[in-house]
Design a protein around this ligand. Structure first.
Ligand code: AQP
Length: 332
């Protein structure tokens, strides 16, 4: 609990590419609902220091941070109702990560599947990619967050953060609460190729703010049930990414009808995607308008990020004061 008596929620997103429909359905849309409800103290972070753990272009990263901030605000992360900021604007993230590295066993990091996947077959693997979960633990612990909304890809990292809390508290005293995961309903949207998770870095995405025509062209070509070779073949909704998205986005009546018409081959995949596109449009049209407004107000977004960093820093400074004291660090 916080001084406001509300649970504190922390979540982050990498500016490693354009915000895509997987990020939105799996995370950002739920964050926006929480912002509208105001039942919790909400902290959302554009985690740029996580986005430098693989090759990147500095100028492009700068532009992506700006773009991500506009995308998030357009999606409903109103900076007046939540704390929205950029990770590297609050230096305490990397400071705490440095300290937490000293309560994190090497073996735990070797077990992380995301590291194994992202480093597989590569000769040039950076230490930052390996220690990514330590920085993620620092992001959460710095704010003493008790709830962390995540997609299922981040569950293992969150478990490591919980373990880090137990180790730190055992060694240095009760400083941090154990954060609990909150997994969204659409916690794993597959890529357009159907080959694993939709990921910014895999180029298998539809960007959330893509032009309508380009959006539809990508959705129309998306992978469905490979057993549906002909229009008359019945489909298996439970393995179809399009059905997963219907469940997240379409009305309950439409979801039931989709299941029935797919399994009985009354509806073909293209028609099913057209109905899904209508569901996307229903929600995305107002977000697109808001996004266009924000493009015309770069100073306003900059100001919002500055204010967000200021709010975040107030909590971070206090936590680090406690951490340094508990660890016996500092000369003053
Ligand atoms: N395909 C997905 N389905 C559901 N949720 C997803 N998330 C990401 N991809 C999917 C959730 O979105 C939030 C922000 O993710 P992130 O950008 O911080 O990291 P990520 O999971 O690594 O996202 P990407 O798109 O796959 O980025 P890259 O390719 O750069 O690694 C998280 O809550 C995440 O679970």
């Amino acid at each position: 609990m916080t001084t406001t008596g509300k649970p504190r929620v922390f979540s982050g997103i990498q500016p490693s590419g354009e915000l895509h429909i997987g990020n939105w359905l799996g995370a950002v849309r739920t964050w926006a609902t929480q912002v509208a409800e105001q039942n919790e103290e909400l902290i959302f972070c554009i985690v740029d220091a996580h986005a430098i753990t693989t090759e990147y272009d500095p100028a492009e990263l700068r532009a992506r941070i700006d773009g991500m901030a506009r995308d998030l605000i357009a999606c409903g992360l109103d900076p007046a109702k939540c704390t929205l900021f950029v990770q590297s604007d609050v230096r305490e993230h990397t400071e705490l990560a440095g300290y937490l590295a000293n309560v994190t066993p090497l073996g735990d990091l070797h077990r992380m599947t995301q590291f194994k996947e992202k480093s597989a077959g590569k000769e040039h693997v950076l230490v930052g990619l390996f220690t990514y979960p330590v920085l993620m633990a620092a992001d959460i612990l710095l704010y003493k967050a008790t709830v962390v909304p995540v997609g299922d890809d981040q569950l293992q990292h969150l478990e490591l953060a919980r373990e880090t809390v137990r180790r730190f508290n055992y060694r240095f005293g009760e400083i941090f609460p154990e954060p609990q995961p909150r997994v969204s309903q659409a916690s794993r949207i597959l890529g357009l190729d159907g080959q694993g998770k939709m990921s910014k870095s895999k180029g298998n995405t539809i960007a959330l703010f893509e032009e309508h025509e380009a959006f539809w062209n990508k959705l129309r070509g998306a992978f469905t049930d490979p057993q549906r070779m002909r229009r008359s073949d019945p489909g298996r909704p439970e393995i179809c990414n399009i059905y997963t998205m219907h469940k997240a986005l379409s009305s309950p009546e439409q979801v039931t009808l989709t299941h029935e018409e797919c399994t009985t081959a009354k509806r073909g995949c293209v028609d099913c995607k057209k109905i899904l596109m209508e569901s996307f449009d229903r929600e995305l049209v107002p977000l697109r308008l808001k996004r266009a407004e924000l493009d015309a107000q770069p100073e306003l977004v900059k100001q919002a990020l500055g204010d967000g960093a200021e709010k975040a820093r107030r909590i971070a400074t206090e936590t680090m004061r406690e951490v340094r004291a508990a660890m016996g660090l500092g000369g003053k």
